[in-house]
Ligand binder design. Sequence first.
Ligand code: BDP
Length: 665
Amino acid sequence: MRRWLWATPLLLAAAAHADNGSRLWLRGERNGRPARVAVEAADTGNATLRVARAELRDGWRGRERVALRVRAGAPDGDGYYIKRSRGRVEIGSASPLGALYGSYALLRLQATGGADTLRAAASRPARALRILNHWDNPDGRVERGYAGRSIFWGGGGADLEQYARACASVGINAAVLNNVNAKPEMLGRARLLEAAAIAGRLRPYGVRVFLSVNFASPKALGGLATADPLDGSVRAWWRRKADEIYALIPDFGGFLVKANSEGEPGPMDYGRTHADGANMLAEALAPHGGTVMWRAFVYAPASPDRAAQAYDEFMPLDGRFAPNVIVQVKNGPVDFQPREPVSPLLLSMERTRTMMEVQVTQEYLGENIHSVFLAPMWKEAEDVCRAYGPRRADGGARAVAGVANIGDDANWCGSDMAQANWYAFGRLAWDPSLDSRAIAEEWLRQTFAADTAFVRPMAELMVRSHEAAVKYMMPLGLHHIFAGDHHYGPEPWCAREGWRADWLPRYYHRADTAGVGFDRTVETGSRAIGQYPDALQARYGADERLLLWFRHVAWTHRMRDGRTLWEALCRTYDEGVAEAGRFAATWRAMRPYVDEERWTRQMRRFDRQAKDAWWWRDACLLYFQTFSRLPLPDGSPAPRHRLADLMRFRLDMDIYSAADPDALP
Ligand code: BDP
């Protein structure tokens, strides 16, 4: 059960010791005497304006009265301006939602110490659609979720207003309520009624609802003999379904579809293309203004390299998608690895609207145990897209999706530090030019404490944390060397009967006595690097952080600084381990600034991260050493584990899904 700690003096005193984290970054003390807030709008009773007004009445502590002004001609879309003059702060927008965003911006400035000097500010979103994808199943389980059960399904009781409020406070304006591996029942009447009730609770905060759909629904649910997208009865079924949904949810956003991927049904089951499938759904949604987000996460073996397959499958369809289709592409060509080059599809589809999908949930980055702040990783991808992406007048789809890290745990994200990734996703979706460190600082001040002695070292930790994780997990372009199933720990030797080759680590690292890495060069390899624009091929080809992603190189290969690859690999793992140890020490020293409950909970995680970094390093170096047959370089610490022990130890997925690091082996 989530508790809302009202800021009465008594409870506040108690909160210094016990704080379950449920308030996220929205912890401003409530005013004893409400601030004066006037609404200047045609429709003063608007539900969104009521939320904005209540937030300001409770939260604004300046002396001035605040005016919420909605009028045409103000920054368009959901942008806002703030003007401060003597006695009055005006928050203006063309829409009630813009006024709400402006209100949260003002309160954020107040909480981060920027309100005093504020005279004028204005902002508008870089993306029109800023959407969370929840991989929630109707039975309440969350796929790749590390924060308890679904807040939407299979239980009830979650504080959806607090969820929507948190989303709105950082500009997130949409949510897909269910897993991309979608059950047909999601489109049944009972589920649609539930979805409508959820939509009603999110609506005042401007969070629009979308659903993932199973492509075979007309068969599974509608009793039709086929789900062929060119079949008239199938098309009619989808049109009726769309009409039914919009009758219940007038502002419904549309569908998200995972088709012909990992066993899910799709148009190719009928000899049709992804475009045929997407366009059929687009046709059903178009009269209502809905959108189809069609995922490009496919890897049918048309090409011998999984990293090349989505491009091979989708590029021939460029220009054949209906205008209300967006092709949703994971940030990298394989699967949310700790570091990937950008997906070439994001750079190459010039006549199709595309959007990037990133994972906020840390499937491959330490689940709810490791502290990994993802803003720097997302910005890395974003920067490449900006520099090398196609130039289009409309800027592409102006949309971005994040796979949510949210569940019904009291602190929403399983780990208190992981809340920062939900926060950063929203902030960057709104404004990709924001600086990672600035986002980290802003989040730390609102979530924990404003003391410089806390904010400075913790922001430093956060901006370094992604690179550190890459270093102790899979540096220099190594990828997908995770334990099977749960993706938490290392298992570069993993071999499973009956598994596809491209689900197994050896497919990706290709270690042998000659060297290691996946040859994706044009000359001798899979040619996947050829899918990038020329200038980017040169850049990626020269980036040693991606060396083993693109090339198979000898253990004695000379790196630019003169070290051999083997030495560089060992040193990089060592650096990662040392960093993880320093993170734990940093948090240990932060005790005076953080309430007991959150400090203790997070301390256990930092200690666990430092320990598991060793496990990663030992497992990978000892395993690769069986191929390199080279000693660890001078000064590289002796392993803490023996390879034979690590290989015998099979991690239990369920143990790792338990949110309590004390329960881990
Ligand atoms: C993989 C996840 C799997 C998802 C799949 C997807 O392991 O659970 O279903 O991606 O994105 O990363 O469809």
